[in-house]
Design a protein around this ligand. Sequence first.
Ligand code: BGC
Ligand code: CA
Length: 339
Amino acid sequence: MKKALVLAIALVLCLSTVSVFAAPPKVGMCIYKFDDTFMSYVRNQIETLAKGNLDLSTQDSQFDQPKQNDQIDQFLTQKVKALAINMVDPSAANVLIQKTAKKKVPLVLFNREPGDLDLAKYPNVYYVGAKAQESGTMEGQIVAKYWKAHPEADLNKDGKIQYVMLMGDPSNSDAKYRTQYSIEAVQAAGIQVEKLAEDTAMWDRPKAQEKMAAWLAAYAGKVEVVFANNDDMALGAIEALKAAGYFKGGKFMPVVGVDATPPALDALEQGTLLGTVLNDATGQGTATYELAASLASGKGAATKVAKLANKDGKADPKGHYVWVPYQMVTLDNYKQFKK
Ligand code: BGC
Ligand code: CA
């Protein structure tokens, strides 16, 4: 009798322990490539929040979409409860949606916006990102303000900005929109422009340094402004400019980027980077985590942090997008972004 009671109590204790410490839901994450500065901050934020709350496993897709598709197939076989995917090729969204819909696994895409798809048409598919147009406009506004305050920046005195543009991966809409909207913002401020050169450096610092060195040789003394689609490329350009004698003895070149990474904020402080735009890695990582965790535990997409909206950015509780705002960063306000 006594023995049976002890056993029964032990069993109850055991069961309650199991329910209190229920295993965290399995979630699979892919990053388009680990070797991307901005994505490493986003990933870090997601992994930090997931500790103890999700059984999260992360894969490096190594800039290879077929490889990423295989990784997703494996996650699906392992019966993950949700997927958080940073696509390699944004046009692959259709395939991913089909795969995950078949298994009824919620899919959170982030950072690389899916082609022309409107995700509202699919249940259980979401996108977390930032409106790239905004970041382009802010870059252009930083340059316009500088140009108006510094007449000496017009080296050949023709009233136009002779510029070079370092683009990110051209398959990525962030690259396309930042290139377009930065120049449009300069023009909207009443300033004429002349493009000397524009090419992709694939978001990459060493590639940008090489490109910039070549442009400085080809357009010696002619370049008046350097636009870069992200900070890594802006920093690469600054390296090339330093090697060509800039940033000493009063020789300056306005260079702008996007992301506000810690090394970019250092460059701003040192006076080599003119300005950048905060691409909120912490905010995007948090929203991605919140959505994935909530969906994985069957609680739906509405969370306190991730504000749902439609594709155009309008708040919508039934929306499938979370837009994290950009912020302009210059010498006037950079300190608040330093960690
Ligand atoms: C960032 C880049 C990054 C890219 C990766 C962009 O939003 O600004 O720094 O390389 O995302 O997709
Ligand atoms: Ca000029």
